[in-house]
Design a protein around this ligand. Structure first.
Ligand code: NAD
Length: 279
């Protein structure tokens, strides 16, 4: 293996330690409310990890767990209650929500200044126009990891595999703002491999194990694997053929332990910013 493995766990620990020090100096501690609907085991793990990290850095935090048969109206009422609660600086609704709830209506109900997941259309618009706002946590975490490689992004060819509102689109915007030349490929792209093969930066955010082949990777490229896929044996794997890609890449993130921990660290950073804005 020739690639440097980017240790997202270690970088996230550095980021959260800096936040802990900052929060310790704040007289009013920022408050984060996390809402979980239903009993999806993966979501329950994510929410638990978020609560633990919030506790460690000294945030005030609340977890609201609602049953899977919660109506959309009841969830929206809870979100509005949190929106009106002056103690709450950041609200995170853990997605996916059960299929009878319209995810976009929930996102629309979040006040943009408490939308620490950066999903509200106002924050998406701010990002599109390169204005100050909350950036979605996973893309923000990817940018932090890219910064740690020391690789210059100016003029670099970046290929983003996936075009979701949560990951693909916002990371494409951030890379463009960092002066990369960005190509977004998706499920209708004719030859994904041909695009990936000329990329200096590859971001894989699809949800298909091993979709990005090691043989596609340009020697020396930076490969960030956002995918989290659970295999039949219970283990987790990413969207990139890790072993073969690591033979060619300059830097690569593992799954688990790469982008995932950075997502939580960036949620904490956004919440501290939301709290600091209120003084
Ligand atoms: P999504 O299902 O919303 O989007 C997937 C995207 O992949 C779509 O835009 C689709 O066009 C594209 N796609 C599907 N098949 C393709 C193919 N054969 N070739 C090229 N593109 C294809 O998913 P998402 O929310 O963006 O999440 C993507 C992955 O990232 C999932 O595995 C998810 O679990 C993971 N994820 C990880 C984190 C983290 O913290 N590490 C955070 C969010 C999502």
């Amino acid at each position: 293996m020739s690639a440097v493995v980017l240790d997202g766990k270690a970088v996230a620990a550095e980021v959260t330690e800096a936040l802990r020090v900052r929060v310790a100096s704040m007289s009013r501690k920022p408050g984060l409310a996390v809402v979980l609907v239903g009993d999806d085991p993966a979501s329950a793990v994510y929410v638990r990890n978020k609560s633990r990290t919030a506790e460690r850095i000294g945030l005030r935090h609340w977890q609201l767990t609602l049953p899977a048969d919660t109506t959309e109206a009841a969830l929206l009422a809870e979100v509005r209650r949190l929106a009106d609660d002056a103690d709450v600086d950041g609200i995170l609704v853990q997605f996916p929500v059960p299929s009878h709830i319209d995810r976009l209506r929930v996102v629309d109900a979040l006040p943009p200044d408490k939308d620490v997941d950066g999903l509200h259309v106002v924050n998406a618009g701010r990002l599109a126009q390169k204005r100050e706002g909350f950036v979605p946590c996973t893309p923000a975490g990817c940018m932090e990891l890219l910064a740690r490689t020391g690789v210059s992004l100016r003029g670099a060819e970046a290929v983003v595999v996936g075009r979701s509102d949560l990951v693909g689109r916002p990371i494409a915007r951030l890379l463009e703002h960092a002066d990369c030349t960005v190509t977004v490929v998706h499920s209708r792209t004719r030859d994904v491999g041909a695009h990936v093969a000329r990329a200096d930066i590859v971001i894989a955010a699809v949800g298909v194990p091993g979709l990005v082949k090691g043989a596609w990777i340009k020697p020396g490229a930076v490969v960030l694997d956002v995918g989290i896929n659970r295999l039949a044996d219970g283990s987790l794997t990413g969207d990139v053929e890790f072993g073969a890609a690591a033979e060619r890449a300059g830097w690569i993130t593992p799954v688990p332990g790469g982008v995932g921990p950075m997502t939580i660290a960036m949620l904490m950073a956004n919440t501290v910013r939301a709290g600091a804005a209120k003084g």
